[in-house]
Design a protein around this ligand. Structure first.
Ligand SMILES: Nc1nc2c(c(=O)[nH]1)N[C@H]1C(S)=C(S)[C@@H](COP(=O)(O)OP(=O)(O)OC[C@H]3O[C@@H](n4cnc5c(=O)[nH]c(N)nc54)[C@H](O)[C@@H]3O)O[C@H]1N2
Ligand SMILES: Nc1nc2c(c(=O)[nH]1)N[C@H]1C(S)=C(S)[C@@H](COP(=O)(O)OP(=O)(O)OC[C@H]3O[C@@H](n4cnc5c(=O)[nH]c(N)nc54)[C@H](O)[C@@H]3O)O[C@H]1N2
Ligand code: SF4
Ligand SMILES: [Mo]
Length: 733
């Protein structure tokens, strides 16, 4: 029978609430959920096409074992679990559990299952993991950890001035109800929208001030803006004196910056830079969001730092319309700058507990005794999404064991020893930990929309079966929790677990003992019971203000609400409570980055005679969604994933609209359809992300990481410079 079911869109970190009208297993119609706690009915064009994720020939319905090069045979779940457990045990016993590497743990919509992976891995003695955050956000996390030990959110809903740096929220979102909020700001004569982007994006079209930098030169642009604030004394002296340290060191560096030279370097008129800085320096409130345009380009970590100085120097923190540090249900990142962990082979810095994506292959393709020997990959497609696909594939082939857990036979799955089919995000209890808002932070636990595709399992059950097969927990360990017949006794028994040797396996313990008692088959939600209690203990007042008496009440609210719930509520000044520094102040001086800032006096260029163009490899567009939807039919426009080129370059190169071009870099060469676009500036070309996927044996578009080099990365965080790949372009006749 036809029925509407509440769920959420899984195509970007906003996870807008949706309602799905099903007919059998088909998604007949999709609309925004007006009751949703964060999105309030909003969706963009992409959510309506989720049928192409849910159903299609890409779906896996049986565990598979590799029999030869690219050949697989279906096997039963029992066989798969027994064999994988044996082979994990063998790696642990021969080389040590720390040689088992984990990649993924959730994409844009599915983090609940990943919460159980840590139980399996820590139970095996594994210590190293990574995911996509370590190719985009770890530089920013590192800066955050020095400045205030927390993660920030902007209040764009109320900001007088909204600034987007290397970010195109019209297409990529990243803030709730992005298009509505952008239009409101653009319409309001009192408010201003500032965009820093080499491309005239849809967001830039709405901007009051578009600082159209030359690609890769944001460090000069941002430094010039910060220098205007200092040199024209547009800083907030009271805020800086009362709430921060290190201001003098920042002034020492920026007082002498030659603003007009820096303006020349980044190709933005000095007058425009001064206007933008003055607008920020005199506004009642400013919110700023940076993203891949600066995080995946030269000076990435420095860009994050100087960008944050713009709002810190002007005191735009912990007030309406400005920036704040926010709460967590489950932290995405771990902010302890004192712990300097390094990877075992290359000695790369581990930030937020994540190995930089760009060194993973190097950690494996070596005869170093500490190299990784096995990899479990879940909810990620690193053969496609990591820099230098060829090298990552070679690394997979060099491992003793590779296991992929996915809904689809992806580029990565096709290289694994075992492939385990997961139930889709609409076939199980699911959630994300992208809960990044302030002053009201929210969480949404989704119930299944349809039954699991036969043959698939939710991740929580897959990890639990492996833990059981490995005998990491005994029946005796679980007995006291099984026996507890009310939540209070249960909590006491769990407290014992958390203070003993089984603590790392707590999510599994909760799944086994609390899971079966949860209503409607919501066993996978058991880990949220732990998270809710931890959240209520860490932020008791904010949780109470959100309407939950304690952790138990928070958990019950999460479990029973189908449109999400507020988890914490603060007043704006309350943002200071989330600042994690010992003295409660913001530490403005980061000496190594101030050195890098001073070194900007020396010009830098990354293109060459051989590779004269800057390629942005992986742009977000109206119909891209990482590699979450594989069927090319979902794309209403830009079906082939065009290479966008300026009219001037097209003419010089003899390129035709809809014709083909060859793009070549130090690492490879691809062909792509051409779109001539006056949004691009000369010398800059862009390919979309998520293209180059196989569907029914046919590949559509070019795969950006056939072109990228893992060595082309940030020196501090190891994050790739995908938005700035030197390339050459030729017309293909
Ligand atoms: N439609 C869609 N939305 C998505 C996704 C998707 O696949 N499709 N993916 C989601 C994910 S995982 C993420 S991380 C976000 C990313 O979201 P964004 O960071 O907004 O996405 P991009 O389009 O990769 O890059 C943003 C902008 O950087 C600009 N840029 C390129 N080079 C430079 C430069 O040198 N300087 C500056 N200042 N800008 C530059 C590009 O022109 C582009 O407008 O999007 C999320 N949302
Ligand atoms: N060149 C270049 N490379 C890039 C980028 C770029 O801009 N340029 N962007 C980078 C960024 S920001 C990101 S976030 C990454 C994204 O790349 P990845 O982190 O690799 O993730 P996705 O492409 O989102 O793939 C998600 C996978 O999860 C699977 N999946 C979907 N639902 C489920 C489920 O319920 N269970 C399981 N087990 N699997 C599921 C999908 O089939 C898919 O294989 O790409 C990065 N790579
Ligand atoms: S892709 Fe669109 S509808 Fe889906 S979560 Fe993101 S903004 Fe919302
Ligand atoms: Mo991302």
């Amino acid at each position: 029978m036809d029925q509407w079911h509440k769920s959420a869109c899984i195509l970007c970190a906003c996870n807008c609430g949706i309602e799905v009208l099903t007919e059998d297993r088909l998604f007949k119609r999709i609309r925004g959920d007006k009751d949703h706690v964060a999105s309030e009915g909003y969706t963009c064009n992409k959510a309506l096409r989720l049928e192409h994720y849910q159903n299609g020939s890409h779906r896996l319905a049986s565990p598979m074992r590799r029999t030869g090069d690219g050949e697989y045979e279906p096997i039963s779940w029992d066989t798969a679990i027994a064999e994988i457990a044996d082979r994990l045990r063998a790696v642990r016993d021969t080389h040590g559990g720390d040689k088992i590497f984990f990649y993924g743990g959730g994409g844009q919509g599915n983090h609940l299952g990943g919460a159980y992976s840590s139980a399996l891995l820590r139970g095996l003695g594994s210590r190293y993991r990574s995911n996509a955050l370590a190719q985009e956000k770890t530089g920013e996390f590192w800066v955050d950890a020095q400045l205030y030990k927390g993660h920030t959110a902007g209040d764009f809903e109320h900001a007088e001035v909204a600034v987007f740096v290397g970010k195109n929220p019209w297409q990529s979102h990243g803030i709730p109800r992005a298009r509505v909020v952008l239009k409101e700001i653009a319409r309001d004569p009192v408010r201003s929208l500032i965009v820093i982007d080499p491309v005239r994006t849809e967001t830039a079209d709405l901007a009051d001030l578009h600082l159209r930098v030359k690609p890769g030169t944001d460090a000069w642009c941002l430094a010039a803006m910060a220098a205007v604030l200092v040199q024209e004394d547009l800083v907030d002296h009271d805020f800086l004196a009362e709430r921060t340290t290190g201001f003098d060191d920042v002034v020492d560096t920026l007082a002498h910056t030659r603003i007009s030279d820096f303006a020349d370097r980044c190709g933005v008129g000095e007058e425009l830079i001064v206007r933008a800085a003055r607008r920020i320096g005199t506004a009642g409130s400013v919110s700023v969001l940076e993203d891949l345009g600066v995080q995946m380009a030269p000076h990435s970590t420095l860009n994050s730092y100087v960008n944050k100085l713009l709002w810190l120097l002007t005191g735009n923190f912990a007030k309406q319309g400005a920036m704040s540090v926010h709460s967590w249900l489950v932290p995405l990142a771990d902010h302890d700058p004192k712990r300097d962990r390094r990877t075992p082979v290359t000695g790369a810095r581990i930030i937020a507990n994540l190995v930089p994506c760009n060194v993973i292959a190097e950690e494996i393709l070596t005869d170093h005794p500490d190299r990784f020997r096995a990899m479990i990959i879940e909810s990620a497609n690193p053969s496609h999404s990591l820099a230098d696909s060829q090298r990552f594939n070679a690394a997979m082939a060099a491992l003793d064991l590779t296991v992929v857990i996915d809904v689809a036979m992806t580029e990565t799955a096709r290289r694994a020893d075992y492939v385990l089919p997961a139930a889709s995000q609409f076939e199980k209890w699911e959630a994300t930990f992208f809960n990044l808002e302030f002053p009201r932070n929210t969480f949404h636990l989704r119930a299944p929309v349809v039954d699991p595709l036969p043959g698939t399992l939710p991740e929580a059950e897959i990890y639990a079966r492996l833990v059981r097969a490995l005998g990491l927990v005994t029946a005796e360990d679980l007995a006291p929790l099984h026996e507890a017949d009310d939540r209070q006794t249960y909590a006491m028994a769990m407290f014992q677990v958390l203070s003993g040797k089984l603590a790392p396996l707590a999510p599994f313990v909760a799944y086994e003992t609390l899971g079966p008692k949860l209503p409607d088959g919501a066993a996978s939600a058991a880990v949220l019971w732990l998270a809710a209690h931890k959240c209520a203990m860490t932020f008791p007042d904010a949780v109470k203000r959100a309407g939950h008496a304690d952790g138990e009440a928070l958990f019950e609210a999460i479990l029973s609400s189908r449109s999400g719930v507020p988890i914490t509520l603060d007043d704006y000044a309350g943002a200071w409570r989330y600042v994690g520094t010992d003295d409660g102040r913001i530490h403005l001086a980061i000496p190594s980055l101030l050195d890098e800032l001073r070194a900007l006096d020396t010009p830098q260029v990354w293109t060459s005679e051989e590779f004269p163009f800057v390629l942005s490899a992986g742009e977000r567009r109206a119909f891209t969604a990482n590699t979450i939807i594989r069927n090319p039919e979902w794309r209403r426009r830009d079906k082939r994933g065009a290479l966008r080129v300026s009219p001037q370059d097209a003419e010089a190169l003899g390129l035709r609209d809809e014709g083909m071009a060859r793009v070549t870099t130090t690492r490879g060469s691809v062909e792509a359809a051409v779109e001539i676009s006056d949004r691009m500036q000369p010398g800059h070309v862009a390919l979309p992300n998520g293209l180059g996927l196989d569907y029914e044996q046919k590949q559509t578009g070019a795969s950006p990481n056939d072109l990228t080099d893992a060595g082309w990365r940030d020196p501090i965080a190891g994050t790739p410079w995908h938005k700035h790949v030197p390339a050459s372009i030729q017309a293909v006749s």
